[in-house]
Design a protein around this ligand. Structure first.
Ligand code: NAD
Length: 363
């Protein structure tokens, strides 16, 4: 099969759909890989790295789309790419169809095979191609939170690890899922006192089993949240209600109970956020302040660390890419139920129920 790796053209996207290591594996399996010139530069991978791994470098995005049976990328195609996608071509990427009718209609029109990373689903209901980005965001949340606790950027002026003779900072983590556990782990590693709240006792038991004793668990309810926000320096929002808007666990009136300079990193901002005052921000302008509380609400946190994010993403996508290339999409999806769940729009038809329902079309 011929596999194409175009350069991402969505604003501020520096990740790339495949690393040279991925190219190497595909070429070893007798596939041809076309990489658009400069596609990996934002992630620290250069043309010569791809060439050494066996790829052919093409000058333009048009050539990559025209010559490839399968396109592997990161973000959903944007309008300039719609007409490049061909009938019968496999496009394997994040699509998030439900949030764009224009994209959905364009992919129906293209008659391509659109397999969405975000709906590939394991038997236990986990989403293996979303997990690494939550891992990145969870870890980064503490890095960013620690930075914005500094006084020159309007934080409280607290060093999370403390120093001998001074108590460490306090971190409250809402949600003990992937984001929450990674955040708690990083905060604990810095020496902070960590409290992690969830409504799922299984998650809390797990956290209690694996974390050091300065990470304590608690049940997430309004009473406990109101109590903890008064004493914590950094609050991480990592809750998720699958397919729904995040619940507002911290309401506007609670901000006045926090110390001035408290920092909230609401990672759940992409699902509306778990803080009433959350609104999406960008890496260029990541924070704003309400009632003396610093809000960091960047919706694509992994975009700031494209090297780590690209490698983390391609570690998990490559096994599926190999299956698709080796077997073709029909056989690969027949054999692998997780991958089959990734089929969203196939040869002009929406085949994923929730997307069809979103646009009131028959699946
Ligand atoms: P997850 O499903 O692994 O974990 C979510 C956790 O929230 C679960 O343990 C669940 O029990 C818990 N929860 C649900 N209701 C709760 C409540 N009322 N109180 C406390 N906990 C509650 O999800 P995840 O992968 O950790 O993702 C968390 C959020 O972060 C999602 O919205 C995801 O889209 C987002 N995210 C954002 C970025 C970014 O760049 N901003 C990057 C990756 C992920």
């Amino acid at each position: 099969m011929t596999v194409g790796i175009p350069k991402e053209i969505k604003n501020n996207e520096s990740r790339v759909g495949m690393t040279p290591a991925g190219v190497f594996e595909l070429v070893k399996n007798n596939h041809t890989v076309y990489v658009q010139s400069g596609a990996g530069e934002g992630s620290g991978f250069f043309n010569q790295d791809y060439q050494q791994a066996g790829a052919t470098i093409l000058d333009t995005i048009g050539q990559v789309y025209a010559m490839s049976d399968m396109i592997v990328k990161v973000k959903e195609p944007i309008a300039e790419e719609y007409n490049l996608i061909q009938e019968g071509q496999i496009v394997f990427t994040y699509f998030h169809f439900a949030s764009s009718e224009a994209l959905t209609n364009a992919m129906i029109k293209s008659k391509a095979i659109c397999i969405a990373y975000e709906t590939v689903e394991d038997e236990d209901g986990t989403l293996p191609l979303l997990t690494p980005m939550s891992e990145v965001a969870g870890r980064m949340a503490i890095q960013q939170g620690a930075k914005y606790l500094e006084k020159p950027v309007k934080g409280k002026g607290v060093l999370l690890g403390g120093v001998p003779g001074v108590s460490p900072g306090r971190v409250l983590v809402l949600g003990a899922g992937t984001v929450g556990i990674q955040a708690a782990k990083m905060a604990a590693g810095l020496g902070a006192q960590v409290t992690i709240l969830d409504v799922n006792m299984k998650r809390l038991r797990y956290v209690n089993d694996i974390m050091p004793s300065h990470v304590v668990t608690g049940f997430s309810n309004e009473f406990n949240i109101r109590k903890h926000i008064k004493t914590n320096d950094l609050i991480i929002g990592g809750v998720l209600l699958k397919g729904a808007k995040a619940p507002n666990l911290i309401t506007r009136d609670m901000l006045k109970d926090m110390h001035p300079g408290t920092v909230i990193v609401d990672v759940a901002v992409d699902q509306g956020g778990c803080v009433e005052t959350t609104k999406p921000t960008t890496h260029e302008d990541p924070i704003y302040i309400i009632d003396d509380v610093v809000h960091y609400c960047v919706a694509n946190m992994p975009g700031a660390v494209p090297y780590t994010s690209t490698v983390a993403l391609t570690n998990v996508t490559l096994p599926y890419v190999l299956k698709l290339a080796n077997m073709g999409w029909r056989s690969a999806c027949k054999l692998d139920g997780s991958l089959e769940k990734g089929l969203n729009v196939v040869e002009g038809e929406i085949v994923y129920k929730e997307i069809a329902e979103t646009f009131k079309l028959e699946p």
